[in-house]
Ligand binder design. Structure first.
Ligand SMILES: C[S@@+](CC[C@H](N)C(=O)[O-])C[C@H]1O[C@@H](n2cnc3c(N)ncnc32)[C@H](O)[C@@H]1O
Length: 498
């Protein structure tokens, strides 16, 4: 069964003419077009990018029939936009573009080569696409080298942006050898850890393409109502990426010339640094660490904080405690939970607590064990329906195995004697601290390195306090965001052994 996708509105944000003209000026797109190049926008919307080239020609004093409009090509999925584009080129310039514009899903469009691709693809995470479109596109993410297999797609891979797929396909199937491609695009493809590592191999179906230059709009809002960080990026086909590249960042309406390169791993996110400075961590030596101590995110209740987290704790007797002034639970399953205040000086006392129905080997308690603790069983049973109805692939897998009381991010690493913990979310400084005892880290707010030996924990702590590390984190341009110092980034600083 094929789905009619022509009425889809996926990632619809048209590029203002001024910015399309800006792109043409930076990269000489207009001049190449006038001098014989074909130009193609694979997801053209109303055709603003192509029309901007006409506008430049007219403002240079040329007449419409003196411009090579027969070398402008576009394609659009949505039939309304496609029809509007044709009507607009007719009305404004008297042009019949029906031989050059197509109304097709780009992923079904017949392959043809163009000298220049000038595009602004839809931006949307795979996860957020319409369900039946996801089914259709899933194999393409694998075919165009963005995800290794369907399983990965369900986990981290699902955060891959459809923009990456449009770019990979454009370069692989529609760009002439050595051709240039220019895209307005989300910068997550270049700057975020994880989902876009495969894109950053800059290779599609065995063909290399290079990342040449980036304009990071930073504080400028090119598109209304878009909070995603975006930029204008130049790629060239059949060329190896050579780093560092030129990276222009707009700060207070000025384009500052910087340099960018992946640091620590080839497919890692770009670090951005001053053009006369050495790259961050240029003389850094990886920190040795046992693989059992890999950096981790905190525990995740899958939306059930209300059930697992508590804001007051009172010891009742040797075995039991009173939580939130009303809930009695066995002390052995209740742990202090870190909050931001605990990272301030002299703030070592607990203010939040978390229930972990787990054994110290990191496995969820078996039903009989829970039932042998009457208070624990009563409490969990009371919340059974809310706990069983939690959404998300991974928590559902636990539920299917019978463990409807499970949390995510809990393993034997939660129960080591020491943890080197840092605030990973929304911060601008990197200040790891050592917490000993039963402390637990909270979801993505904090990340930690579990350590059983105090001396080792102090060694790791002092290695992480190297100011070069904070400098490196700043170069990733994630200050104040959820991605500030998540475990994936910190993991790359270590070399792991058994
Ligand atoms: C961000 S807008 C940009 C439009 C135009 N390139 C511009 O810069 O003004 C993305 C466009 O891609 C279209 N689109 C989304 N998925 C598509 C697909 N699979 N094939 C072709 N066009 C698609 C959307 O309808 C939308 O018009």
């Amino acid at each position: 069964m094929t789905t009619d996708t022509t009425s889809y509105r996926i990632g619809v944000k048209f590029t203002p003419y001024d910015w399309a003209i800006f792109a043409s000026n930076q990269f000489g797109i207009y001049n190449s077009w006038i001098n014989g190049s074909t130009v193609f926008d694979p997801t053209m919307g109303l055709g603003n990018l192509l029309e901007a080239l006409i506008k430049i020609g007219l403002s240079n004093g040329l007449k419409i029939n003196e411009l090579p409009t027969n070398r402008l090509y576009g394609n659009e999925l949505n039939d309304y936009f496609y029809t509007e584009a044709l009507a607009r080129f007719k009305k404004e310039y008297g042009l019949d573009m029906s031989a050059n514009f197509s109304n097709s899903d780009f992923f079904e469009l017949e392959t043809k080569e163009y000298d220049i691709i000038f595009g602004n693809p839809p931006w949307m995470n795979f996860t957020d696409l319409p369900a039946e479109y996801k089914t259709k596109l899933k194999p393409l993410f694998i075919e165009y080298d963005l995800v290794q297999d369907t399983k990965k797609m369900l986990l981290g891979g699902s955060r891959v942006d459809i923009a990456a797929l449009v770019i990979q396909k454009s370069i692989a199937d529609f760009l002439a050898p050595n051709g240039n491609a220019y895209f307005f695009q989300p910068l997550s493809l270049l700057l975020n850890d994880g989902a876009h590592d495969s894109f950053r191999r800059y290779n599609v179906k065995g063909t290399d393409f290079s990342l040449e230059e980036v304009y990071d709009f930073n504080e400028i809002k090119v598109f209304e109502d878009v909070s995603t960080r975006h930029g204008l990026v130049h790629y060239q086909k059949d060329k190896h990426a050579r780093f560092p590249i030129q990276y222009y960042r707009n700060i207070k309406n000025e384009w500052l010339e910087k340099r960018a390169a992946p640091i620590l791993t080839i497919t890692g996110p770009l670090s951005i640094f001053d053009k006369d400075a050495p790259s961050p961590l240029f003389d850094f030596k990886s920190i040795p660490l046992n693989k059992d101590s890999k950096p981790r995110q905190g525990i995740n209740t899958s939306g059930a904080n209300r059930i697992f987290f508590f804001s007051s704790y009172e010891e009742i007797d040797e075995h039991n405690c009173l939580l939130n002034d009303e809930i009695l639970l066995p002390k052995i399953f209740v742990f202090p939970l870190l909050i931001a205040d605990n990272f301030k000086p002299n703030n070592g006392h607990a203010r939040r607590w978390v229930l972990l129905p787990y054994s110290l080997d990191g496995k969820p308690l078996e039903l009989e064990v829970i039932q042998s603790h009457a208070l624990l069983w009563n409490y969990l049973e009371l919340n059974k329906s809310a706990l069983s109805n939690r959404k998300g692939q991974m928590i559902q897998t636990w539920r299917e195995r019978g463990y409807w009381w499970a949390l995510l991010g809990v393993g034997k690493y939660n129960f080591t004697k020491h943890k080197v913990v840092w605030e990973a979310y929304g911060r601008k400084t990197f200040q790891p601290q050592l917490f000993s005892g039963r402390w637990q880290a909270n979801q993505s707010l904090q990340a930690y390195i579990p350590m059983s030996n105090k001396k080792e924990a102090q060694r790791v702590l002092s290695a992480l306090k190297n100011p070069a590390i904070e400098h490196y984190l700043h170069s990733l341009k994630m200050d104040g965001t959820m991605n500030w110092a998540q475990p994936g980034k910190i993991r790359k600083l270590f070399i792991f052994s058994d």
